[in-house]
Write a protein that binds this ligand. Structure first.
Ligand code: SF4
Length: 277
């Protein structure tokens, strides 16, 4: 084991660095949610991480001791090559891919065939149990599309978990979402509930909690613009990429940026009580 791999292992085992490498596949999205941290939209700058580069990053991460991969955006499934790419990455490390779940009909559903039986979990956003509440922050028809897609994905042999972002929902509403998640066939342990962060469009409308290295767990996150502290870090505000939590401008290889990140982690109090996981 290299010296860097040994130090990474120590940080991961000590809970100071997340065991998952995050990759921002792209920043554009078919939706333009009111609280989107990355100001994603159909015409947003794409900031695409090339497929070959994503493969190289995952290979390097596996060699350095990372245990899984997260793929996020934007909406990754706007890229036609994503299903086969995710299945390919999953041959190296287990993958969780974040998606709004609104594209899985017709030919796009058929295109998910490579994911059947692959070690890939789709994490789909669902914030409330009524269209009035859920779709207001996201998009008209969002709830109906997710409710339609999730059972079909599960029936097709694709693992699903649901993420609920909390902005003004009370406990009763969260409980109703949990009941809906269960009715869709998703296990309670696969329902994530977490707060909005005060970044991107959420910050522009005054929603969410401030985040920084003091309350945001370190999770190596690569975008087309470099290595960041967390998947909640490479956000966009007013059309400009936030760089307050940028670790390194180098995208690949990972090793030099990770060495820098380890130095920052060593000098940072442990954010073990964080709810941003
Ligand atoms: S929150 Fe997700 S689904 Fe909504 S615009 Fe942003 S990236 Fe797209």
């Amino acid at each position: 084991m290299s010296d860097l791999a040994g130090r990474l292992r120590e940080a991961i085992e000590g809970g100071r660095l997340g065991p998952r490498l995050w990759l921002y596949a792209n920043y554009h999205c078919n939706l333009a949610c009111g609280y989107c941290l990355t100001e994603s939209a159909p015409d947003a700058p794409r900031r695409v991480l090339d497929a070959g580069l994503m493969r190289d990053l995952v290979d390097e991460a596996a060699g350095l001791g990372f245990e899984s991969v997260g793929v996020t955006g934007g909406e990754p499934f706007l890229r036609p090559e994503i299903p086969a790419l995710l299945a390919d990455l999953a041959r190296t490390l287990p993958v969780v891919a974040l998606t709004n779940g609104t594209l899985f009909a017709g030919a796009r559903m058929d295109s998910l065939a490579p994911l059947r039986g692959a070690d890939v979990t789709l994490q789909i956003s669902l914030d409330s149990d009524t269209p009035e509440r859920n779709d207001g922050m996201r998009a008209p028809g969002n709830l109906a599309k997710v409710v339609d897609a999730v059972p079909r994905l599960i029936a097709a042999g694709i693992r699903v978990r649901i993420a609920t972002t909390v902005y003004d929902q009370d406990q009763a509403e969260i409980a109703r979402v949990a009941a809906l998640v269960g009715a869709l066939g998703v296990a309670p342990e696969d329902h994530l509930v977490r707060p909005t962060t005060l970044r991107g469009r959420a910050a522009a409308i005054g929603l969410g909690e401030r985040v920084g290295t003091d309350n945001l767990p370190a999770e190596a996150t690569v975008t087309a613009d470099g290595l960041f502290w967390s998947p909640f870090a490479p956000t966009v505000r007013g059309g400009r990429l936030d760089t307050d939590l940028l670790v390194s401008r180098q995208v690949a290889p990972l090793a030099p940026g990770l060495a820098t990140m380890l130095g920052l982690i060593t000098g940072t109090p442990l954010a073990e009580a964080s709810r941003f996981r």
